[in-house]
Write a protein that binds this ligand. Structure first.
Ligand code: AR6
Length: 178
C-alpha cells in the first residue's frame, strides 16, 4: 500500500528490513546500543561488524533519541539507531517517547540529506508496545513530519515483519487518511 503526501511517498510493505534499498534503515535498538535480538540482531548480522564498532564509539542513545552509523554490508548506506520506550502501562510517557523516537530519526535523516528511509515497527516486539496504539503514533508522526518538511524526503517506508502487523498498519493508515 502506498500514498503520496506533499510529494513524499509513504509506503507500507511486509518484509525483512535488512533487504531494503533505501538510503537509510532504522534500527529498534536499546539505549546501550549493545545489539540484541529482533530487528536489532538481524541488522547487525546482515550489516557486519562495522556497525557495532561505530555503536561502541558512540556509546549509547537515550530513549526517544537517534544516532546514525554506516550501513556496513547492507544495501542501505546508513543505519539510524533509535530507542523506543519499554511499554509499562501507558502512563509512563510511552506515547511521547515513541513519537520522539520516530521524529528524531526523521530529523536526523533530513539533516544528513537522506532522501529515503525505512522503519520497522519500533517498540512493538521485545519492548511490548501494543501494536494498534504504536501504529497510530508511528504513522501520525511520520505524516506530520512530511507535511511540515516538504521536499526533504522522497520516500518513507514501513517494513512490517508479519501479515498481522502489516494489516494493523494498513488499517491505521486508511483511518488516518480517509
Ligand atoms: N525486519 C523488519 N522487522 C523486524 C525484523 C526484520 N528483520 N525482525 C524483527 N522485526 P523488536 P523493540 C520486527 O523486538 O520492541 C532488541 O533486543 C518485530 O517483529 O526488534 O523496539 C533491542 O536490542 C517487531 O514487530 O524491537 C532492544 O533491546 C518489531 O520489529 C529491544 O529488542 C520490533 O521488535 C527493542 O525492542
Amino acid at each position: 500500500m502506498q500514498i503520496t503526501i506533499s510529494s513524499t511517498t509513504l509506503s507500507l510493505t511486509k518484509g525483512d528490513i535488512t533487504q531494503e534499498e533505501t538510503d537509510a534503515i532504522v534500527n529498534a535498538a536499546n539505549s546501550r546500543l549493545a545489539g540484541g535480538g529482533g530487528v536489532d540482531g538481524a541488522i547487525h548480522r546482515a550489516g557486519g561488524p562495522k556497525i557495532i564498532e561505530e555503536c561502541r564509539r558512540i556509546g549509547g542513545c537515550p530513549t526517544g533519541s537517534a544516532v546514525i552509523t554506516t550501513g556496513g554490508n547492507l544495501k542501505a548506506k546508513y543505519v539510524i539507531h533509535t530507542v523506543g520506550p519499554i511499554y509499562q502501562d501507558g502512563r509512563h510517557n510511552e506515547a511521547k517517547l515513541l513519537a520522539s523516537a520516530y521524529k528524531s530519526c526523521l530529523e536526523l535523516a533530513a539533516k544528513k540529506v537522506i532522501k529515503s528511509i525505512s522503519f520497522p515497527s519500533i517498540s512493538t516486539g521485545a519492548y511490548g508496545y501494543p501494536i494498534n496504539e504504536a501504529a497510530e503514533i508511528a504513522l501520525k508522526t511520520v505524516i506530520d513530519f512530511i507535511k511540515a518538511n516538504k521536499e526533504k524526503l522522497s520516500l518513507v517506508r514501513f517494513v512490517l515483519f508479519s501479515d498481522k502487523d502489516f494489516e494493523v498498519y494498513k488499517k491505521t493508515l486508511e483511518k488516518l487518511t480517509k
